[in-house]
Design a protein around this ligand. Structure first.
Ligand code: GTP
Ligand code: MG
Length: 350
């Protein structure tokens, strides 16, 4: 009756007090109930689970902006994103019959929940440019909006009584719409992207890809990539931020094959093979927005949300916001006086 183990435990305890004489234990000292594989296990890998739990509790913000010439389907794509599988389950989206021309920068937010994790997805729709006779500096309002979000974040960050979790309105990714001309990029596109790529992650997309044949699309994609390279325009994922060989291999494929994603947008649903799909009805059939053989919208969505969301947020925070912050704190003008003290602390962390 329990004799062996109890006795041996007592013996072991005693042996600490009275070292001699020491008898060989009748049962092994190692507790038999514990899996020997777990001995020496610290539990570092549980950090993933801990982070998951935290993210589930707090949720996270993700902000996408659409930019480009007027009439290229930016507002339509915003609706497509919200109506597509990103948030199909959510019901509060108000559908307008005809999308009006966008006249001001407008952020549309939506909380999406999946697997217990909440994402506040905000899409910032912007007015198209290119309508004016003089399009000089037409990127300025966009750049101003992006910088204003950095400024808001910075003000919160340097506040003495800062919030535990700063609401993040910073633009994590900017979809730049390219007209499906099949020719070259316009000087305005190049100029625009050159400016924006310094402040935000740019992802170029070819708009209205349904207006091109397959050959035209492949050729145009190649041409755009070449022109971006020749003009030194860095789009996301930027080569210099690849962290290791695995990143480089994966991102090289995206840079050399997928970019710029050729997309089609629509907020209309049609019945195809008994299923409701988002699409565009043409005399030749329905172009299905989420069908990979029809266009690259689903590829773009997966790239932005499934594989690169966290990286987009990190590059925004560590590179673009950091550049803004360093410049702003170096200039040291304009911040509210009450925050000056904290500013200095932050400056010393740079
Ligand atoms: N063929 C085709 N037409 C599209 C596509 N996406 C949008 N359109 C149409 O293009 C027109 C303009 O779409 P919008 O979404 O308002 O364009 P926008 O870029 O927001 O225009 P602005 O607000 O003036 O900058 C509408 O008639 C859309 O139905 C597409 O992928 N293919
Ligand atoms: Mg619009």
């Amino acid at each position: 009756m329990f004799k062996g183990p109890v006795e041996s435990k007592n013996e072991a305890a005693m042996s600490e007090l009275v070292p001699e004489p020491r008898q060989k234990p009748v049962v092994p000292m190692k507790p038999t109930g514990i899996n020997t594989n777990l001995l020496g296990y610290i539990g570092i890998d549980t950090i993933i689970e801990q982070m998951r739990k935290k993210t589930m509790k707090t949720g996270f913000d993700f902000n996408i902006m659409v930019v480009g010439q007027s009439g290229l389907g930016k507002s339509t794509l915003v609706n497509t994103l919200f109506k597509s599988q990103v948030s199909r389950k959510s019901s509060s989206w108000n559908r307008e019959e005809k999308i009006p021309k966008t006249v001001e920068i407008k952020a549309i937010g939506h909380v999406i929940e999946e697997g217990g994790v909440k994402m506040k997805l905000t899409v910032i729709d912007t007015p198209g440019f290119g309508d004016q006779i003089n399009n000089e500096n037409c990127w300025e309002p966009i750049e101003k909006y992006i910088n204003e979000q950095y400024e808001k974040f910075l003000k919160e960050e340097v506040n003495i009584a800062r919030k535990k979790r700063i609401p993040d309105t910073r633009v994590h990714c900017c979809l730049y719409f390219i007209s499906p001309t099949g020719h070259s990029l316009r000087p305005l596109d190049l100029e625009f992207m050159k400016h924006l790529s310094k402040v935000v992650n740019i992802i170029p997309v070819i708009a209205k890809a349904d207006t091109m044949t397959l050959e035209e699309k492949t050729e145009f994609k190649q041409r755009v990539r070449k022109e971006l390279e020749v003009n030194g325009i860095e789009f996301y994922p930027q080569k210099e931020f690849d962290e290791d060989l695995e990143d480089k291999t994966e991102n090289d494929k995206i840079r050399q094959e997928s970019m710029p994603f050729a997309v089609v947008g629509s907020d209309k649903e049609y019945q195809v093979n008994g299923k409701r799909v988002l699409g565009r009805k043409t005399p030749w059939g329905i172009i299905e927005v989420e069908n990979l053989t029809h266009c690259e919208f689903a590829l773009l969505r997966d790239f932005v949300i499934r594989t690169h969301l966290q990286d987009l947020k990190e590059v925004t925070h560590n590179i673009h916001y950091e550049t803004y912050r360093a410049k702003r704190l170096n200039d040291n003008g304009g911040l509210p006086p009450m925050t000056v003290e904290t500013e200095e602390n932050h400056e010393s962390n740079l």
